[in-house]
Design a binder for this molecule. Structure first.
Ligand code: 9D3
Length: 239
């Protein structure tokens, strides 16, 4: 998968090209990152690509021409005209969306800084706006890295055989159960007895129940959409 990112801060992306699961996947040739700095298309020697907003107000806006030039470079290489703009005004990123994007062989991501980009970029191109949550961060780079990481987890051979994206709890619509490892006692706190019994069926039931209870208590939004099967109704009735 070729991921092209239009950003003023390409160096930040070493977080995903050099570390962890995504870093290993890059080393194994499962994906590659290319960053395009719109500064190289600035109309001035200093590389400024931002200007004051028409209509006034605080902050600066990224100018359309250098962004369009960067997009055109990416479009030509990818052979597609679709791009994603990471933006606080976007549709929130979901598990389903990351799965859909993982089917593509190219991704083109556009990261804003300052107050964002000139709106005409969005009017003139086939661009999807995606946000990562209802909170504010300082630019599109961290959200883009979250998206890339989440997408790559769905690609073949990115996760080891132990793990798999299908085991990730969100694809079942429930939160994960709690995990424990040695020592058996820590700060006077013991590992739940059932996990020490070796009874795999009872352990699976306990974990499933924990997932249900956590989802119900912490994520009423997920719980409302979740439909319990008869076995799960039984598990909850046993409490
Ligand atoms: C005063 C209006 N603010 C918009 C909510 C200004 C503003 C804040 C943060 C403009 C741009 C940004 C930078 N944020 C992102 O680029 C961003 C983001 C986010 O802040 N939250 C959730 N998802 C995303 S994706 C990109």
């Amino acid at each position: 998968m070729l991921v092209q990112v239009i950003t003023l801060f390409g160096e930040m992306f070493s977080a995903i090209t050099e570390y962890g699961v995504t870093g290993r996947a890059a080393k194994n040739g499962l994906w590659q990152l290319e960053t395009i700095n719109p500064r190289q298309f600035a109309d001035n020697r200093l590389g400024y690509i931002d200007d004051k907003p028409f209509g006034g107000g605080a902050g600066m806006v990224m100018q359309a021409p250098p962004i369009q030039a960067a997009l055109n470079v990416a479009f030509a290489k990818a052979g597609t005209q679709k791009a994603i703009y990471l933006s606080p005004q976007g549709v929130p990123l979901t598990h389903d969306k990351t799965l859909e994007l993982s089917q593509q062989n190219h991704l083109i991501l556009l990261c804003g800084r300052y107050e964002g980009i000139d709106e005409r970029i969005l009017e003139a191109n086939d661009i999807e706006e995606i946000a990562v949550g209802d909170f504010v961060v300082s630019g599109g780079e961290l959200p883009a890295m979250m998206l890339i990481d989440a997408v790559l987890r769905h690609r073949p051979n990115v996760l080891g055989d132990e793990q798999s994206a299908q085991q990730d709890s969100f694809c079942r619509g429930l939160l994960d159960y709690p995990h424990y490892t040695r020592p058996v006692e820590f700060n006077g706190l013991k590992v739940p007895d059932v996990l020490l019994t070796g009874n795999h069926q009872e352990i699976a039931k306990w974990r499933h129940t924990q997932s249900l209870l956590r989802t119900k208590n912490r994520r009423p939004d997920l719980w409302a959409r979740y439909s319990l099967n008869p076995q799960e109704v039984q598990l909850l009735s046993e409490l």
